[in-house]
Ligand binder design. Structure first.
Ligand code: BG6
Length: 498
């Protein structure tokens, strides 16, 4: 990873970014506003162009206007002027994803832009389309020689999630990718890895001395990773019906956070050194046998309820949800990382839609002291190191302290570090970091082929148990999921109420 990239003084080489699916939401809400943020921070290459590739008919000028509106609506504060200065480097290319002629024209257009902007034949192809288009795009790029790297030119491909819908489809996609690009050219996005606080897990663990000696099964009772969202499926039910929260969130974001918490220290921050350690963690997680699925996982589906003061409908009432759908909108999983460091320390993962609030955190719960010297006061909880990933980014520690006064009474207190207070300002969006790394050619924060494969192996074993099992348990929107999630914890443990 290069949290240190600025200090290393690396700057991106000239290049053209081609965005497939340029009229979609991701481009307008995330990618182009992220480019605007990079422009403001001086992190774009000096010679740079963007080509939006999509089906609809549109002029360069229309595309520029729409992207400017996207930046105004979704960009960070203060980026509009910087975007205005680069907006005439944006171009629109109309073609269908299957149309060979469209790629021949793209090749010619890219060569013209090289001459006009000095982008020197370097290209990044960003696949921001529905996954059904990936295979045509990859095949066409290869057929037109656009994936080839000549001399010191680079050609890279950035692939959005979902990366397959199970292990077999991911493997097929990986083969299609490998037929067009070699692994060093491939950047599989998991936007959680671009979040500052996720990157900070490595800094916390490996740039400091005092966390690592307790970071094992002797000291850690269990780890809870929570990604709670208050939103429902909104207009995305068609996709979500196919995915469910297991594939949408656990296969990628939660397992990625888990690997960063559980991994061994890498020998360097080189992309493969970090990813080698992450993949070992996934390999140490066994596939679930059907009886383990019943014991160690549970799923739920939201019914009507209230999130804050708003009354919201249940999953079955959402547009495009099939009658009787068994798609899960909440999942909790208990798993073990079977290696020397983690022994039997459980990792408890939960993710859900329509929970009371939006919060992502990882909580390391420590074992109780071996001898109970102090009695009295409120019943004490375990010491917790809490990594708050969003929205209130920071780290806190919960420990027992003496309550002032003549009696010896203890109470849990919090020691708190807040990003906003310590560093001021807002952290850059995850997409800024990831686009910048793709331009720098640093793949540390992107999933490698074997990581994706191992994550699907684990998730497939859960999904196959669920196919046979009972339907998801109902939970009212605005609650923390079905009560049965508590049964996974055992051993006098409770889910946190963040
Ligand atoms: C996406 C999922 O990957 O992550 C969405 O497809 C989810 O369903 C989103 O809402 C959450 O991302 P964030 O950054 O808002 O936590």
């Amino acid at each position: 990873m290069n949290p240190l990239s600025d200090e290393l003084g690396r700057s991106p080489r000239p290049c053209t970014l081609v965005i497939f699916g340029a009229t979609g939401d991701l481009t307008r809400r995330k990618l182009v506003p992220a480019l605007a943020g990079l422009a403001r921070d001086g992190l774009l290459p000096a010679a740079f162009a963007v080509v939006g590739f999509a089906r609809r008919d549109k002029s360069d000028e229309q595309f520029r206007q729409e992207m400017t509106a996207g930046v105004d609506e979704f960009g960070r504060e203060g980026v509009a002027d910087s975007f205005a200065a680069i907006v005439d480097h944006l171009y629109y290319h109309q073609a269908t994803f299957e149309d060979a002629d469209g790629y021949a024209r793209l090749g010619a257009r890219l060569r013209e832009l090289d001459a006009a902007h000095g982008t020197r034949g370097n290209r990044i192809f960003y696949l921001a389309t529905p996954p059904s288009a990936y295979s045509s795009i990859l095949a066409q790029l290869a057929a037109h020689g656009l994936s080839q790297e000549e001399g010191d030119q680079f050609a890279r491909v950035v692939i959005e999630k979902p990366f397959g819908r199970d292990r077999a489809t991911a493997a097929e996609l990986n083969s299609q990718v490998a037929a067009a690009f070699h692994e060093g050219q491939v950047f599989r996005i998991d936007h959680y890895l671009g979040k500052e606080t996720v990157q900070n897990i490595l800094a916390l663990r490996f740039a400091n001395r005092f966390f690592e000696p307790w970071w094992d099964e002797r000291h850690v009772d269990h780890v809870q990773i929570t990604v709670a969202e208050s939103i429902g499926v909104g207009g995305r039910a068609r996709y979500f019906e196919e995915a469910g929260i297991l594939r949408d969130m656990i296969q990628n974001h939660l397992l990625q956070v888990l690997t960063l918490i559980a991994m061994e220290p890498p020998v360097s921050l080189e992309a493969d050194a970090v990813r080698d350690e992450k993949v070992k963690v996934l390999r140490a997680i066994r596939s679930f046998e059907p009886d383990a699925v019943a014991r160690c996982t549970m799923r739920g589906q939201y019914t009507p309820g209230f999130v804050g003061a708003s009354e919201v409908r249940g999953y079955h009432e959402e547009t495009d949800v099939a009658p009787g759908s068994r798609t899960e909108t909440f999942a909790a999983v208990r798993l073990e990382v079977n290696n020397w460091r983690w022994g039997k320390t459980p990792f408890l993962l939960r993710a859900g839609k329509r929970l009371p609030r939006r919060v992502t955190e990882a909580a390391i719960h420590f074992r109780r002291p071996p001898h109970r010297l102090f009695e009295g006061g409120a019943p004490r909880q375990r010491n917790v190191l809490l990594l708050r990933i969003q929205p209130d980014e920071g780290i806190s520690m919960r420990f027992g302290s003496k309550v002032p006064g003549p009696e010896l009474r203890l109470r849990d207190v919090l020691m708190d570090f807040r990003y906003g207070v310590a560093f001021g300002g807002r952290s850059p969006d995850a997409y800024e970091r990831l686009l910048s790394d793709a331009m720098l050619g640093d793949a540390t924060l992107f999933a490698r082929r074997d990581e994706v494969d191992e994550a699907w192996r684990i998730v497939d074993s859960i999904a196959s148990g669920w196919r046979e099992g009972a339907a998801p348990l109902p939970y009212a929107a605005g609650t923390w999921g079905p009560d049965a999630a508590n049964e996974l914890l055992a051993g006098n443990r409770e889910w946190r109420r963040p």
